[in-house]
Ligand binder design. Structure first.
Ligand SMILES: NC(=O)c1ccc[n+]([C@@H]2O[C@H](COP(=O)([O-])OP(=O)(O)OC[C@H]3O[C@@H](n4cnc5c(N)ncnc54)[C@H](O)[C@@H]3O)[C@@H](O)[C@H]2O)c1
Length: 326
């Protein structure tokens, strides 16, 4: 199967490529702004990396995207390209262009190429919700009034609504997934990259202050990639969106797990005592019903794998620490 991933050089994209290669897929195109395989190189060996096909392209450029999808006879598309928080706050117009216009561009490209392509899997976000206290139901199900507290969340709501219209008007099926804070090797930017940076800092003996605290839902990057891949390879119907859950923990509980691996984390890692204004207690029963044999990696296991991988990369002189200064 011929697969194209927009924003495929990002953290989740790199893990998706890893999972697709593990499944024996050979025809994988990464469509991203420029060739920047540094995250992929953390997860693939040189031979695997050489098998991934690269295409420079802006996800808002409809002619370019249609041309590429047609030329390479792509059969499935995963849309991950986006600007995260805080980049959307810094430049809201650019945020709307990439996150909203970029998503419309993907749906429109699929519409033009039907029936070669007929469905879209894309990244939404739990930022479609406002703060936990705004919701009477706990855990919070998918279909409640969405009250995003950020522009980024507003863009993602817009995408979910537009996906429904593309199903209604053109029969283009879709699945949107709503992660909270993805952690794992390669997560080096965005507001919720703090837990991963804390693991990295502890692994190399550096201090680090996470930019938020309180409750969060942590999802291992390998699990999130696995979910995207399962939907990408399935035949879809309708315009579904799914909450993800993962490990719902306080920052203190997360740091306890990290401290069991590296006792110095107690002194090295601190955090801002600020609860993010995003619901964290989410109902993922719809996802569990859609994919009954999927299981989340326990937090202890995901944190340990990430910690050990960072240590090994550091010992091999292959780990950039630049993100700890941002
Ligand atoms: N990481 C998380 O915790 C998290 C949580 C919720 C939702 N999401 C969503 O998941 C998706 C992937 O997240 P990630 O963590 O891999 O992000 P990331 O920031 O690591 O990667 C994003 C990628 O998109 C690319 N990109 C940006 N603008 C582009 C454009 N105009 N055209 C083509 N490519 C462009 C970037 O170069 C980068 O490679 C995003 O849609 C994000 O909003 C992520």
């Amino acid at each position: 199967m011929r697969v194209l991933i927009t924003g495929g050089y990002g953290c989740i994209g790199a893990w998706v490529v890893r999972k697709l290669i593990d499944r024996g897929l050979d025809e994988i195109w990464v469509y991203d702004l420029a060739y920047q395989p540094r995250r992929l190189a953390l997860l693939l060996d040189q031979t695997e990396l050489a098998r991934v096909r690269h295409i420079d392209g802006d996800v808002t450029d409809l002619d370019r995207l249609v041309g590429v999808l047609r030329e390479y006879r792509v059969e499935r598309i995963l849309h991950l390209a986006a600007l995260q928080v805080p980049f959307c706050q810094a430049d809201p117009v650019a945020g709307a262009r990439v996150n909203v216009v970029g998503t419309i561009t993907v749906f429109e490209a699929v519409r033009r190429l039907m029936p070669q392509l007929k469905q879209v899997v894309y990244a939404s976000s739990v930022a479609v919700y406002g703060p936990q206290e705004r919701y009477a139901d706990r855990p919070v199900p998918e279909h409640v009034p969405l009250l995003p507290a950020t522009l980024y969340g507003g863009y993602k709501v817009c995408n979910e609504l537009n996906a429904r219209v593309y199903w209604q008007d053109h029969g283009i099926a879709s699945v949107g997934l709503r992660p909270w804070a993805v952690y794992g090797v390669g997560r080096d930017q965005g507001l919720t990259s703090g837990p991963t940076k804390a693991i990295k800092a502890a692994a190399v003996g550096r201090s680090y202050r996470v930019g938020y605290g309180g409750w969060q839902a942590l999802q291992y990057a390998g699990d999130v990639a696995e979910l995207f891949v399962r939907f990408l390879l399935a035949e879809l119907q309708g315009a579904a969106v799914y909450n993800l859950r993962g490990s719902v923990v306080t920052m203190d509980q997360f740091l306890e797990v990290l401290t069991r691996l590296e006792p110095r984390a107690r002194e090295l890692i601190s955090y801002e005592p600020v609860q993010l204004a995003i619901a964290y207690d989410l109902d993922d029963r719809a996802l569990c019903t859609a994919l009954p044999d999927f299981a989340y990696t326990p937090l202890e296991v995901g944190v340990r794998e990430t910690f050990e991988r960072f240590r090994a990369l550091h010992a091999a002189g292959r780990l950039s620490l630049e993100d700890l200064d941002r």
